[in-house]
Design a protein around this ligand. Structure first.
Ligand code: KG4
Ligand code: ZN
Length: 406
């Protein structure tokens, strides 16, 4: 059974609705993804960010067809053939979470199934292990980084003898999340939302050393953080709260300000409105940079100076992430590193961490691109050890918009 799926595998239906993706997935024996349906909400593209009210409305519209499609694609004919329903409890948008939780509760009640509550951040971490053949391997303690539009956290994850994971937060952003910084800088340059994938694709066409963004590093016995900027004096540095344990905190708002300052100093602001209009006219606001035609069009609208700025930003941000993750892994004697969240899709981050971890002989895992962003397979994966250990949620389960992990 360790090596394959048994004749009557235990199936978990996972449901995720914490932000702007409505997703449902069916997982067999905690390891085989039978289906993973994701409906992304395009309505937010015009607003440069997720609009909570619109997100809830879209989730309401999508939840039933998405769950039905996940069941159909997995070949599961009856909800009673499932072993449990798992749902994201938080963190996320209250109204968005509520749609998934209400649906999961009703389904669990109607089909007489146990309900499992999953922390979205744990889901991101378990998505990595799910694919990396590390799921049941001896990787504890694991250094897990969750870097997305809403979060930038480092956790030390430990698995007990029952297979249950516990998490300790050993670092977080002191200001913006990494993906948020990507999105804000992209917006500053007139690129579509979400900007991360665009910046990543465009960075390859610029000079990463053109603008020397620096992350000043402070080492302190009880606190450790880096803060970015083109030249920040030590007194400007935001510090993590005092704790007894060393911290491996991140900071992204300084570099965002430095980019803004750079665009102002170099007269790049005027071209932004022009570029935004041109991108809209070329219908690129909803296009993806993975579409070569769309990417080419965007490249034509950016000059060398903008491309150099994008490449330099990406170079600095991925360097900051790589150094901090490696320092935390070394400090805690981690046996592997897992990186997840939307920013884990970043090519330069993957290459830099890959090269560094390779030198240290440290297993490093990223989810595939489809499991990097929000999805329900990760929720079902995180629910598996909870199912085995009877960790079920009661009828009183509610959305926890600010739920923390560790
Ligand atoms: O995990 P996710 O789908 O949603 C949450 O925020 O929970 O992450 C989305 C974030 C966005 O900020 C997006 O711009 C960023 O991840 N992102 C990237 C890349 N792909 C997505 N950032 C940098 N490089 C990428 N390739
Ligand atoms: Zn997420």
């Amino acid at each position: 059974m360790e090596d394959g799926v048994p004749l009557h595998p235990r199936l978990i239906l996972g449901i995720e609705s914490s932000c702007d993706e409505t997703s449902a997935a069916v997982l067999a024996e905690g390891r085989t993804v039978l289906s993973n349906i994701v409906a992304s909400q395009l309505v937010h593209a015009d607003y440069g960010g997720v609009v909570p009210e619109l997100a809830s409305r879209e989730h309401l519209r999508n939840i039933v067809p998405v769950v039905r499609e996940a069941m159909r694609a997995a070949g599961v004919e009856d909800y009673r053939h499932l072993s449990a329903v798992a749902v994201t409890e938080g963190p996320g948008l209250a109204g968005a979470l509520l749609v998934g939780i209400s649906f999961a509760k009703a389904l669990a009640f109607a089909a007489d199934l146990p309900l499992i509550a999953v922390n979205h951040l744990e889901g991101h971490i378990q998505a990595v292990l799910l694919e990396a053949e590390l799921r049941f391997a001896d990787v504890s303690p694991l250094l897990a980084a969750v870097v997305s539009g809403g979060h930038s956290h480092l956790y030390l994850a430990t698995r007990d003898e029952k297979g249950l994971w516990t998490y300790r937060n050993v670092g977080r952003t002191v200001d913006d999340a990494a993906g948020e910084a990507y999105d804000k800088v992209a917006k500053l340059l007139g690129l579509p939302y979400p900007g991360g994938p665009w910046m990543d694709a465009l960075a390859a066409h610029g000079n990463p050393e053109a603008v020397p963004f620096r992350f000043a590093q402070i080492k302190h016995k009880v606190r450790r953080t880096e803060t970015p900027g083109t030249a920040s004096p030590a007194s400007d540095v935001p510090v993590a709260p005092l704790t007894d344990a060393p911290r491996f905190d991140l900071s992204f708002s300084g570099i965002k300000t430095a980019v803004r300052r750079y665009t102002e100093l170099h007269g790049m602001r005027d071209r932004v409105a022009e570029r935004e209009a041109a991108l809209r006219a070329a219908s690129l606001a909803t296009a993806k940079p993975s579409d070569p035609v769309a990417l080419n069009r965007a490249l034509q609208l950016l000059d060398a100076q903008a491309l150099d700025l994008i490449a330099s930003f990406q170079h600095a941000v991925t360097g900051h992430l790589t150094r901090t993750i490696l320092a935390a892994a070394a400090h805690f004697g981690a046996r592997a590193i897992a990186v997840s969240g939307g920013v884990a899709a970043n090519r330069e981050l993957r290459a830099k961490l890959g090269a560094a971890a390779g030198k240290l002989d440290l297993p490093l895992a990223f989810p595939s691109l489809s499991l990097s962003t929000d999805n329900a397979a990760m929720i079902a994966a995180a629910a598996w050890p909870k199912l085995l250990n009877g960790r079920f949620a009661g009828d009183a389960l509610e959305a926890s918009p600010s739920l923390r992990l560790g």
